[in-house]
Design a protein around this ligand. Structure first.
Ligand code: 1Q0
Length: 215
């Protein structure tokens, strides 16, 4: 599946993946969702090894989802909606504390879902930023308004320190390999609605089933 040559890597393809997550009846395809994260992790790895403690965790969660998908009941994991139904109906989710099912699809995906909120906030800041804006500040603000609430102090500290190593806005846009600043801004404007939509639908699904605080 990973046949795109390294030098052609563009963040545009990654962000467009989130568009292909949505089915006609507003369900979210697990494979596309996971592929979107895979591409983001690849991009993050190109930013330097200081982010490897983050990508390690992300890769671990991606792998858990792939294992569910490749398992005996893989078809039950085709969409996030079918996954939630299957795992809840069969008591495969630890609801109070981590116990028999520490790697349920529901709790694993919740971590990626929370990170998607960070991505949404960060991309919107990048899109509306100006030449003097600092990526590290935008990234930290986005993090504090989303993921940080769910992280222990030590992780918040490590994450905030890593963000300081982000390249400046111009270099960051260059690494995205999308083209001029105008093209980056246009691409972000195009991709954002899909990311927001995927986030919203997942949030609603988790809220309906009372899964937003899974341990
Ligand atoms: C470019 C900078 C990347 C910033 C990524 C922000 C996320 C910071 C998260 C730091 C925490 C990672 C360490 C482990 C945390 C876990 O404890 C936590 C909870 O899991 P658990 O099992 O302990 O309950 N895990 C998480 O919260 C999941 C974190 C997943 C992070 C996935 C990040 C993927 C990479 C994204 C790079 C995107 C760059 C996009 C730039 C776009 C530019 C247009």
């Amino acid at each position: 599946a990973d046949s795109v040559p390294e030098e052609k890597f563009s963040l545009k393809e990654v962000l467009i993946t989130f568009q292909s997550c949505l089915t006609d009846n507003q369900e979210i395809l697990t494979d596309s969702y996971v592929n979107g994260w895979r591409g983001l992790v690849r991009f993050m790895n190109s930013l330097g090894s200081i982010f490897s403690f983050i990508s390690k965790d992300a890769v671990n969660k991606i792998q858990i989802m792939v294992t569910h998908r490749n398992g005996e009941n893989g078809d039950k994991y085709e969409t996030l909606q079918s996954m939630v139904k299957y795992e809840l109906d069969n008591n495969l989710v630890d609801l109070q504390r981590r116990a028999e099912h520490p790697e349920s699809g529901c709790r694993t995906l919740l971590r990626l879902h929370r990170a998607l909120r960070w991505l949404e906030l960060f991309l919107e800041k990048l899109r509306t930023s100006t030449e003097g804006s600092k990526t590290s500040v935008m990234c930290t603000d986005a993090y504090n308004d989303s993921l940080a609430q769910h992280h222990a102090w030590i992780i918040r500290k490590a994450a905030t320190m890593a963000f300081c190593a982000l390249p400046g806005r111009a270099a960051f846009f260059h690494t995205m390999n999308v083209g001029s600043t105008e093209q980056v801004v246009a691409m972000l404007g195009e991709a954002m609605p899909f990311i927001s939509k995927v986030y919203e639908i997942t949030e609603e699904l988790y809220k309906q089933h009372n899964l937003l605080e899974l341990p």
